[in-house]
Ligand binder design. Structure first.
Ligand code: ZN
Length: 227
């Protein structure tokens, strides 16, 4: 059930409906944003019935109405991303007695876990594709609780730059992805012997690398060797 998987303060935005819910309790959602379109109003009623039928409640007071009609696709996307990032700043440690914000966790020590492959139906087609499922684990600096997140949520929380750094699971090797200017500079100056292009597996430990790391030009360094 999708609602039970939501983290505390996590967002639920059913695709294309113009509605945004936030989990505010064990079995409670809050509708925080709604598009002004008639479709969103209809969808709200339908979802409300559905959500109540499984024993959850919804707080529908103080909904922020969004008039997205006059925005371009890009402006709409920017606004959505800003909003999601603001919300990510409020996510707490999953230990209810702790409540340290996830922003205070060490994101560079994130551990990526391959959870297996899931079947996923391609949009507008009958074809099914096997998609890798990964989770990202970060550890609370206060209570040591390990919090598992979807990669998308981790990106929101830690920012795009966090995806440039990667360390293999036992912490033995760290990678730093380079942009083309950094690569050119290093090659022209013969400045490093630690430049490699990574494929699906780490060439030092053999472990599978998450999709965003593959195909990158990286500088590797043994973890103990801090720069
Ligand atoms: Zn904690």
């Amino acid at each position: 059930m999708i609602l039970e998987k939501l983290r505390p303060n996590g967002l639920w935005e059913p695709a294309g409906l113009g509605l945004c819910y936030q989990r505010i309790g064990d079995y409670e959602l809050k509708l925080i944003q709604q598009n002004t379109s008639p479709q969103a109003a209809v969808a709200k009623l339908r979802l409300s019935t559905l959500i109540h039928s499984i024993g959850w409640t919804i707080d529908e007071t103080n909904v922020q109405m969004i008039d997205a009609e006059h925005l371009t696709m890009q402006e709409r996307h920017m606004k959505e991303m800003e909003f999601r990032q603001e919300v990510a700043l409020t996510w707490p440690c999953t230990n209810p007695e702790c409540a340290t914000p996830l922003t205070a966790f060490d994101h560079e020590k994130a551990v990526w876990i391959f959870e297996g492959k899931n079947e996923q139906r391609l949009p507008n087609s009958d074809q099914v594709e096997m998609v890798e499922h990964w989770t990202v684990q970060i550890t609370c600096p206060v209570c040591d609780t390990v919090v598992a997140m979807e990669p998308y949520d981790f990106g929101l929380l830690a920012g795009d730059d966090s995806l440039l750094h990667y360390q293999v699971q036992n912490g033995e090797v760290k990678y730093m992805a380079l942009n083309r200017y950094e690569i050119i500079d290093l090659i022209d100056n013969r400045a490093s012997d630690n430049l490699i292009i990574v494929g699906t597996f780490c060439q030092f430990t053999g472990e599978m690398l998450p999709p965003h790391v593959r195909g990158s030009v990286v500088l590797f360094s043994p973890s103990s060797e801090e720069e």
